[in-house]
Write a protein that binds this ligand. Structure first.
Ligand code: EPS
Length: 388
């Protein structure tokens, strides 16, 4: 069962985001710069709002790391909210000098109303501050540690955007390494440079109309050994765990693994990946990877490929009809500064969630207290696979 435990805390305009990650082995080299690069990538993307000009996300390891190495103890991570300086009169933990203007007109599609009803909060700011996707910076920080662990045993995780609104990438005809490199060069994390201008135009047009835009991203993990996850129990199936992790990201409404929904439209012979054996590498290989690297809830040695669909952001300048929760009168929903399109940022968060799930599954299979022990266990298993 799960070997990694982690929680995040923090409001969007509060002092900082905090995360605690427990279960990472001792002796793993870890620098803040390993995490900061991904934090920076999460802030990028054409279509983001003014907030990203204020924040410059960097991580501070407040526990669990000493002299550039993990200790095996819980790792505490913090990311400052620079914008808090502008919100002290509204967001301080101590009683506020004056009652701040409450948010009372819930945005359709946001957690505002459902959360307000559940927690009995009539100032909907008490809900939206935590529901905000600002929280994902903490997830990306946690994942930066997990990705360092995965890299140490040859696993790489990356994400790229495959559509924005109704503009989709074409057939890429690139290797996975080329897809990664091309998407990293792109402001929209998109590997198809020919489609990027149309995507930007679609975002620009949505902004002009006071509207927002969603899209789809794909996460790929390479170097994954067969045997992570298990077929024996529902909650150990890795496909289910990945789907849950991706669905937990703010604004995600759909997840596909491999061929996904398309597999339901065609015959089995067009879905399942024939099995071959490479005597040189002593590996079972597939000419196709329509399963997205997962069969029976277990990795099969092919790259793990998952996609997630993000709905358009719920904060609309041209606001939708809503109701004031105090007076019950009809009003347009509240509008706050926000993003127009955050699919590129969400792709970095998707990459993070997949990395966390894979690191957990790795530790579950190879359980280790030190990085050296983990590597020995992985080497022993690889020997077993070669001799199978
Ligand atoms: C968000 C609204 C915007 C985004 C924010 C998510 O923030 P603000 O209301 O301060 O302009 O910028 O995303 C981040 C702060 C971030 O770091 O990604 C929302 O309502 O979800």
């Amino acid at each position: 069962m799960s070997r990694l435990r982690w929680v995040t805390a923090g409001e969007s305009h509060g002092p900082e985001l905090t995360a605690v990650l427990e279960g990472i082995p001792a002796g793993m080299p870890l620098l803040a710069s390993d995490v900061n690069e991904d934090l920076g990538r999460r802030q990028r993307g054409y279509g983001r709002g003014g907030r990203m000009k204020i924040e410059q996300d960097t991580v501070l390891f407040a526990a669990g790391v000493r002299n550039g190495e993990t200790l095996g103890s819980p790792i505490a991570l913090t990311v400052k909210n620079r914008d808090y300086a502008n919100w002290t009169t509204r967001m301080a933990a101590e009683p506020l000098a004056a009652e701040p203007e409450p948010v009372t007109r819930p945005r359709p599609g946001h957690a505002d109303l459902a959360g307000g009803l559940k927690y009995n909060r009539k100032d909907l700011r008490d809900i939206l501050e935590r529901a905000s996707a600002r929280e994902t910076a903490a997830r990306v920080a946690v994942a930066g540690v997990c990705k360092t662990l995965l890299r140490a045993i040859g696993i790489d995780v990356f994400a790229h955007v495959v559509s924005i609104g109704d503009i989709a990438v074409g057939a890429l005809g690139l290797t996975l390494a080329e897809v990664k490199a091309a998407s990293r060069r792109s402001d929209l994390s998109c590997a198809d440079a020919s489609k990027e201008p149309q995507m930007r135009e679609a975002i620009h047009a949505a902004a002009h109309a006071g509207d927002t835009l969603g899209g789809i991203f794909e996460v790929v993990a390479t170097g994954v050994m067969p045997g992570l996850g298990s077929h024996v129990m529902w909650d150990r199936k890795l496909d289910g765990r990945l789907a849950q992790a991706l669905m937990s990201i703010q604004a995600i409404k759909g997840v596909e693994i491999g061929l996904g929904f398309e597999a339901a439209r065609v015959r089995g012979s067009c879905v399942h990946d024939p099995i071959g054996y490479n005597t040189a590498t002593r590996r079972f290989e597939r000419p196709t990877n329509r399963a997205g690297g997962l069969e029976g809830g277990i990795t099969n040695g092919e790259p793990v490929v998952v996609r997630a669909a993000m709905k358009p952001i719920a904060t609309l300048k041209r606001a939708l009809p809503s109701v004031d929760v105090r007076s019950k009168e009809a009003f347009d929903a509240a509008h706050e500064r926000s993003d127009i399109c955050a699919v590129a940022a969400a792709s970095v968060v998707g990459e993070a969630m997949v990395a966390i799930v894979l690191a957990d599954a790795v530790l579950e299979k190879f359980g280790a207290d030190s990085l050296g022990e983990l590597k020995r266990n992985v080497d022993g298993y690889n020997k077993q696979l070669r001799e199978f």
